[in-house]
Design a protein around this ligand. Structure first.
Ligand SMILES: Nc1ncnc2c1ncn2[C@@H]1O[C@H](COP(=O)(O)OP(=O)(O)OP(=O)(O)O)[C@@H](O)[C@H]1O
Ligand SMILES: [Mg+2]
Length: 325
């Protein structure tokens, strides 16, 4: 559905991500995890096409639509809650106009055998299929149900969006995205401005959603009930887990323990080798042996433990480097 390949994003010389790749499949339910400032919002922005990566690319089929709820945004003002939400159906209006145009052409043209004519039939089918997904049933009823689900009352529908707080305006944006039924929904902390009832409603809505959903949320229960995949951003890399948030926390702890054990073993090996080097490098008949050990150590790939390259490791690196030079 969406393919992220060899993506790197850097600001002022250092990388937020370096060379990350992953696929978003048709019905994925993905939670993005990572510390504050890890790059979750940046990744969503890039997936939504609102920011360009430094390197690599995000590719998706031409007909793949994406809906994106940012963490912070500027809202449209001047319309009533209902009318603003109804702008979600601009695509329906476009599709209806296109269907009427194509139908007219098919009725009036006589080049039945031409490629052009066949293309028109294909376009008409595609427009009908898309309309079935987003436009079936009464538009007004859908708008009402969605707004009510997200906590608005009927009497709010005719009030201007200007009268509502930022949190409530965010709900209008969320309603619009859900009504547009994009193939991929990207939500950056959607639960921040929702009360528990609206969160439960959103959860139910997204559970049955026909497309893919990628989201960031601090609401563990919400994530656990929805996601089946967790992508963690850490130290410029991603770690892709086929599990919901709670399970991911357990798996991550295991991964960290394994890394720590491996790093500890490696440190032991480095210390031992270093002792040998110190012992033999001054002796003429063992100098080449010491040199070979130095080279061996220099080639070691230091095991990194998440969020922690200890000063000791950096020290070993420098010392080895100086020795080889
Ligand atoms: N345009 C930019 N120029 C420079 N630095 C930026 C830019 N955009 C983001 N950053 C930096 O990149 C880092 C990641 O930001 P991002 O908002 O993606 O993190 P996050 O994981 O969403 O954090 P949070 O959990 O706080 O929302 C931050 O340190 C931020 O300051
Ligand atoms: Mg963020």
């Amino acid at each position: 559905m969406i393919s992220v390949s060899n993506l790197s994003v850097g600001f002022s010389g250092s990388y937020l991500f370096e060379d990350i790749s992953f696929l978003i499949n048709k019905q994925d339910r993905i939670g993005l995890a990572g510390k504050n400032g890890a790059g979750k919002s940046t990744l969503l922005k890039i997936l939504a096409g609102f920011q360009n990566p430094s390197k690599g690319e995000v590719s998706k089929p031409n007909d793949c639509t994406v809906g994106y709820l940012p963490q912070d945004m500027v809202h449209n003002l001047g319309k009533t809650v209902f009318d603003e939400t109804a702008t979600a159906f601009n695509e329906v209006k476009k599709l209806e106009a296109s269907i009427s145009n194509i139908t007219h052409q098919l009725e009036t043209r006589t080049d039945y055998e031409s490629d052009d004519y066949m293309n028109l039939i294909t376009q008409l089918n595609e427009a009908h299929e898309r309309l079935d997904i987003i436009g079936a049933g009464s538009i007004n009823e859908k708008i009402e149900l969605t707004l009510l689900g997200l906590g608005f009352e009927r009497k709010d529908f005719t009030r201007l969006t200007d009268e509502f707080s930022g949190g409530w305006r965010m709900r209008i944006e969320l309603a619009k995205i859900l009504l547009q039924k994009p193939n991929v929904v990207l939500l950056d902390e959607p639960t921040n401005h929702l009360d528990i009832e609206s969160i439960l409603w959103l959860e139910e809505f997204l559970k049955n959603y026909y497309g893919a959903v990628v989201m960031v949320s601090h609401d563990k229960r919400f994530l656990d009930n929805l996601t089946t995949r967790t992508i963690e951003i850490s130290m410029g890399q991603i770690f892709d887990y086929r599990s919901n948030y709670s399970k991911y926390l357990v798996l991550r702890k295991e991964r960290k323990e394994q890394q720590e054990a491996a790093a500890k073993n490696q440190q032991k090996y480095i210390d031992k080798t270093q002792q040998l080097i110190d012992k033999y490098r001054a002796k003429a008949n063992k100098a080449s042996f010491a040199q070979s050990l130095i080279k061996k150590l220099d080639k070691i790939e230091i095991v990194e433990v998440d969020s922690r390259i200890t000063p000791a490791y950096i020290f070993v690196f420098r010392r080895l480097h100086d020795q080889v030079k």
